[in-house]
Design a protein around this ligand. Structure first.
Ligand code: PLP
Length: 468
């Protein structure tokens, strides 16, 4: 199994290189050169397997023989052993048609744990084999930082430093990052904004001598291994609902397009998914694209579903490559133009291919609160504001998707967004017991001014102390 870049100017690489590199050298994203495929009988044989075993079977072909199956199975078992539900990603029926696929039973209460718990262990496995170490550096406005820290804590070959803007994350978000006592984890609060943190991280990656000295790496959502690790839960849910004997639809609250792309990847592997619903809040670039081939970036506006407050969805490039007939030169041209003008010139034939499979849906904040209230009144089930976009989309588009059950990706636990849930229902969801003492735990973080040299020497001393 080799991986090619969507822009075609980087040499094909194996799984381990793709895992460690993240982005290709030509600025493109890695995709498998040819897709692994399971027959209906092979899918059927996976129905009802324990989650970790199903995950290992689905992911193993992507490793291209670089990781023995038994080893991968061990990593998957270890990754999901700490989840708070024995099914790992249980399916909860909401009405006659919609099912919530609960992806929030991991350590940070959001779906990113599903992939990142495995990613951290894959890093460790590959690095130990090579006798190497890496330093993960990232900036966060709140959520992704804690998922990355939980993924990397206590990994022997990985150090991690996460920058957050001092005083500008919620207390739950900060505490989820700063109360992790592992020696390989460091938190840096920067006297500045989230953009300042992001600029510092970018500057560290651009500083080539520093990047090599520290073996800097990222865990952002363009890493192919993250997408691969998100495919199994769609397979598990679809099989439980009667696939491959029938088709299902999926409805995914979307930001960077990674989660819905994993469902699309499952289809390329032979799983009959009839429809992909892309849910958006007022940052509706993807919905506008699907409605009228208008992919033009506007300024990002804050909403009740902050993980979807994105205008440029980095993983969309992988779908674009497929829509353009796997043509890297055409993909590179379209992406260059998008970068230059803020408007993506998608050829009409490619747009038609997209709308044959994908549907867009937009919900504003008032609609989101109304949906949380409605579902709570109808079934007693509490939705977080991201998932609410997905359930509203499933219902609104039901007439077009006759008969298909809809898997709604429930991407966050309602207790992660208690203010919105309380505003909608009058009920304040409690944190799960494992996190109930979050406010009593000891915090550890350092504060630095917005200064590249100081931030770099902090990263260096953290990495050197642990390597010693
Ligand atoms: C990250 C995130 C999303 C968006 O997922 P993408 O893969 O970026 O599209 C949606 N909801 C929640 C709660 C998230 O944390």
């Amino acid at each position: 199994m080799r991986y090619v870049s969507t822009r075609g100017e980087a040499a094909p690489r194996g799984f381990e290189d793709v895992l460690l590199a993240g982005l290709a050298e030509d600025g493109g994203l890695f995709l498998p050169e040819s897709w692994p495929h399971f027959s209906p009988a092979e899918w059927r044989a996976m129905r009802g397997l324990p989650y970790a075993e199903l995950a290992a079977r689905v992911i193993h072909p992507f490793t291209g023989g670089s990781i023995p199956f038994e080893t991968l199975l061990g990593l998957c078992r270890d990754s999901y052993a700490g989840f708070r539900h024995p099914a790992v990603a249980p399916l909860v029926q909401l009405d006659s048609r919609a099912f919530a696929l609960e992806l929030f039973h991991g350590p940070t209460l959001a779906f990113k744990d599903m992939a990142l718990q495995l990613l951290g262990r894959l890093f460790d496995h590959v690095l130990a084999k090579r006798g190497e170490r890496i330093t993960i550096v990232g900036a966060t406005s709140g959520d992704t930082g804690s998922a990355a820290i939980e993924a990397c804590r206590d990994r022997a070959s990985v150090d991690i430093v996460i920058l957050h803007p001092l005083g500008r994350t919620s207390e739950v978000q900060r505490r989820q990052m700063t109360t992790v006592p592992s020696p390989n984890v460091a938190n840096l609060a920067i006297e500045g904004s989230f953009d300042d943190c992001q600029d510092l991280v970018k500057a560290m990656f651009v500083d080539a001598p520093f990047r090599e000295e520290m073996r800097l790496a990222a865990v952002n959502s363009i890493n192919w291994a993250r997408i691969a690790a998100q495919i199994p839960y769609y397979a598990a849910a679809a099989l439980a609902l009667g696939v491959p004997e029938r088709e299902v639809a999926v409805s995914v609250p979307t930001g960077n397009f990674g989660n819905v792309l994993a469902a699309w990847a499952a289809k390329r592997m032979g799983l009959p998914i009839g429809r992909f619903i892309v849910g958006a809040n007022r940052n509706d670039i993807l919905a506008r694209f699907l409605a009228s081939n208008d992919m033009s970036a506007k300024p990002v506006e804050p909403s009740l579903s902050p993980s979807m407050d994105i205008q440029v969805s980095s993983n969309f490039e992988r779908l674009l490559y497929g829509l353009l007939g796997d043509d890297p030169a055409a993909t590179a041209r379209v992406m260059r133009e998008f970068r230059a003008t803020g408007r993506m010139p998608v050829p009409d034939v490619a747009w038609r291919a997209a709308v044959a499979e994908f549907q867009g849906f937009t919900l504003d904040d008032a609609g989101t609160l109304e949906e949380i209230r409605r579902v709570y009144r109808a079934s007693g089930y509490l939705l977080d504001p991201h998932t609410a976009v997905g359930t509203a989309a499933a219902r609104a588009l039901a007439p077009e998707n006759k008969g298909m059950p809809v898997i709604v990706a429930a991407t966050a636990h309602p207790a992660k967004f208690p203010d919105a849930v309380e505003q909608a229902t009058g009920l304040r969801p409690a944190l799960p017991p494992a996190l109930a003492d979050l406010f009593e735990r000891e915090e550890r973080f350092s504060v630095l001014p917005n200064d590249l040299r100081e931030a770099q020497s902090f990263v260096r001393s953290h990495a050197l102390r642990n390597a010693a």
